[in-house]
Design a protein around this ligand. Structure first.
Ligand SMILES: Nc1ncnc2c1ncn2[C@@H]1O[C@H](COP(=O)(O)OP(=O)(O)OP(=O)(O)O)[C@@H](O)[C@H]1O
Ligand SMILES: [Mg+2]
Length: 233
């Protein structure tokens, strides 16, 4: 299981949002850190095959991104996920499952399983507009998992989660990362420092750190903050 990212670049006019990132990701949890505008979302959208790079290539076990085969192994929670306020949580999952092409019976089973996993059982029959931010976020994570993706991409999945939900989220991700590739972005170092076996750090479109983070390297948060001292150039 190998996600291969080769000199991937995204340029918007004269602005280089992602600058020649090369990276190979295997099973495990990969935590992506970077200040606002660093290029995290742009990078993740290219990995999901919904944004075409202006340079470089992305493939999973030989399948090019943006092909149908590639998309079927991918689960994505966008940063600005759009919900359907008048759907119930359960109907929303069934609808997303249909879009992903899951057979009806499988969709029903999977929705049930994910509703339990994300602790939405009591709220599953209620309309999404009545959900808290944390509940919506959990529903977003659930929809990303519907097709048991080999590659799970979560863009700031912990935004809006309370401390208890954060702990639960970490457990879910850690477990999923044992057998799959999980890439998640966050601004909150504590969300990933104990969960992500691999830390990725972006600054102005470039990858400035990659690798595991061990105690011997000191405090990850301090290191992270140091990268952005002095602000914009
Ligand atoms: N569609 C677009 N057109 C032009 N510029 C864009 C577009 N999308 C993103 N950018 C620019 O590319 C850069 C990277 O943006 P991106 O959203 O990927 O950053 P990010 O790391 O996800 O930030 P945040 O932490 O705020 O979510 C920013 O300078 C942004 O303004
Ligand atoms: Mg972003």
């Amino acid at each position: 299981m190998e996600l291969k990212i080769d000199r991937v670049t995204k340029q918007y006019g004269s602005k280089i949002a992602v600058d020649r990132i090369s990276l190979t990701l295997g099973r495990g949890v990969h935590g992506l850190l970077g200040e606002n505008g660093a290029g995290k979302t742009t990078f993740m959208r290219m990995i999901c095959g919904i944004l075409a790079p202006t340079g470089g290539s992305i493939s999973f076990d030989g399948m090019e991104a943006a092909t149908e085969g590639y998309r079927s192994v991918l689960g994505y929670l966008p940063q600005d996920f759009g919900y359907y306020p008048d759907f119930t949580g359960k109907d929303f999952l069934l609808y997303m499952a249909a879009l992903k092409g899951l057979p009806k019976r499988r969709a029903g089973e999977k929705a049930k399983e994910l509703i339990e996993m994300t602790a939405l059982k009591e709220a599953a029959g209620n309309k999404i507009k009545t959900y808290s931010g944390g509940m919506r976020q959990r529903l977003g994570i659930a929809q990303a998992l519907l097709n048991d993706p080999d590659i799970l991409v979560l863009d700031e999945p912990t935004a809006g989660l309370d401390p208890k939900e954060r702990v639960r989220f970490r457990e879910v991700i850690q477990e999923y990362g044992k057998k799959h590739i999980v890439l998640l972005s966050t601004h909150i170092v504590s969300d990933i420092e104990h969960v992500a076996g691999n830390i990725l750090m972006m600054k102005r479109g470039q990858l400035i750190y990659r690798g595991p983070w061990g105690e011997e390297k000191g405090d990850l948060e301090q290191f992270y903050l140091k990268q952005f001292e002095g602000g914009e150039e």
